[in-house]
Design a protein around this ligand. Structure first.
Ligand SMILES: *Cc1c(COP(=O)(O)O)cnc(C)c1O
Length: 421
């Protein structure tokens, strides 16, 4: 069966034909046959340079040979034990050695579980209920954080099946807006347990914090006895050895991880100061548990991945990012278009928007219809990116300059079509 037929078949058995909503783009997603390095092949015989990279985990590309070797060794000795292993200590020490705020770690299975547990911990520690997030930020698919902004700072559920009682404690303000945040905290300060923030907003495209914004978050949370949680599910082990907190030199109280930490296998983690982390069961009374927590296969892959991610790795990778973003900017300039090339390190995106983007409110004004034309043309030109203006594109070390040159030409061709140039 080809992708079109598989999608039709799939829709009979899987809601919407996929297991996660963003995968279901029109007219039909391609079904994957295999992938290697920077490339992914579909069942229809097409080859794409992959800048989706599983939405972030694959900083070492597909089928990294060292990870395959280490995972293979592990699966010969078992896939799950329900008992601790030495490798969990090894990976915890690697995280603690790299990430400034991390003194202890709990391994879970996904970024969703990590943020859910970190928020519970912040609430347990402060004995307060409300949390603040930034509009457009994504912290996984659990009830506390699936909210959209309503009137004022009130927030409404983003999905059926979530009681308003659950989200009434989740407040939101625009990213990069110090005044809105100060006002909200002044009104609610005795009730706020935590601020959770993606240090770089990676789920509305790619938006960096304004200079001083993360420092401001650190200051205002310290003053008001609020736990600062950095959701580094994307930026962790992506921006640098120590993630966004090293890159921007701001240390939160808690951090959440996922994606890259598992070397391409399912994992999540949250980490932070000892005083906080010791409140987690069984050492403390904030409950957290999981059958597959600290899964030996994911942990082996994580160790294997982090071992390869040293300073020189990021230097090389970030150069590729700079090269690609520069080439894209130049292409846009030469086509006489006014679009925003954004990103840092190995993250990039083009906003189909004439104005700089500071937050979700700005990002929403982008031309999403033209973006979808651009996305489809990129596919025809052999490049796969996430099918949305509001996702980030990634580069892995498996992408070489020849790949990137091809990508720039594909982008040029696709922009021309989208804008009738
Ligand atoms: C992907 C993501 C999550 C959720 O992680 P899952 O492993 O998909 O549950 C949480 N926060 C951010 C910032 C993410 O990008």
């Amino acid at each position: 069966m080809n992708s079109k037929e598989l999608f039709k078949e799939s829709k009979k058995y899987l809601p919407g034909g996929v297991d996660s909503p963003v995968r279901a783009f029109k007219p039909n997603p391609f079904f994957v046959e295999r992938a290697k390095g920077s490339k992914i092949w579909d069942v229809d015989g097409n080859l794409y340079i992959d800048h989706c990279l599983a939405y972030g985990p694959l900083i070492l590309g597909h089928c990294n040979s060292k990870i395959i070797e280490d995972v293979y060794k592990q699966i010969q000795n078992g896939s799950s034990y329900g008992a601790p292993t030495e490798n969990e200590i090894t990976l915890a020490k690697m995280v603690i050695g790299r990430v400034p705020c991390a003194e202890m770690v709990r391994f879970v299975n996904s970024g969703t579980e990590a943020t859910m547990s970190a928020i519970r911990l912040a609430r347990g520690y402060t004995q307060k209920n409300k949390i603040i997030k930034f509009s457009g930020s994504y912290h996984g698919a659990h009830d506390y954080v699936l909210v959209k902004s309503g009137s004022g700072a009130a927030t409404l559920p983003d999905s059926l099946g979530i009681p308003e009682d659950t989200t009434k404690n989740t407040l939101s303000v625009p990213f990069n807006d110090q005044t809105a945040l100060s006002n909200l905290i002044a009104r609610e300060k005795d009730e706020i347990a935590a601020i959770i923030v993606e240090p770089v907003m990676g789920n509305i495209g790619c938006v960096e914090p304004k200079e001083g914004f993360l420092e401001f978050l650190r200051e205002i949370t310290e003053k008001n006895n609020i736990i600062l949680i950095f959701d580094e599910v994307i930026t962790g082990f992506r921006l640098s050895v120590g993630g966004a907190q090293t890159h921007y030199s701001v240390t939160p109280d808690l951090v959440t991880f996922g994606k890259i930490l598992g070397g391409g296998y399912p994992i999540g983690a949250f980490a932070g100061k000892r005083e906080l982390m010791e409140m987690i069961a069984p050492s403390g009374s904030v409950y957290q548990a999981g059958t597959f927590n600290g899964n030996p296969v994911s942990v082996a892959a994580g160790i294997s991945a982090l071992n390869q991610l040293d300073h020189s790795f990021y230097n090389e990778l970030n150069k590729k990012g700079d090269y690609l973003r520069n080439q894209i900017s130049e292409t846009i300039y030469n086509l006489d278009l006014n679009l925003q090339t954004v990103g840092l390190s190995s993250m990039f995106q083009i906003y189909f928007n004439e104005n700089p983007i500071l937050n979700y409110e700005d990002a929403k004004k982008s031309d999403t219809e033209k973006f979808l034309v651009y996305f489809r043309e990129l596919m025809k030109n052999g490049v796969f990116i996430p099918p949305s203006q509001f996702e980030c594109n990634f580069i892995s070390n498996a992408h070489n300059y020849e790949d990137l040159e091809k990508v720039v030409i594909a982008i040029e061709n696709s922009l021309k079509i989208a804008w009738n140039k």
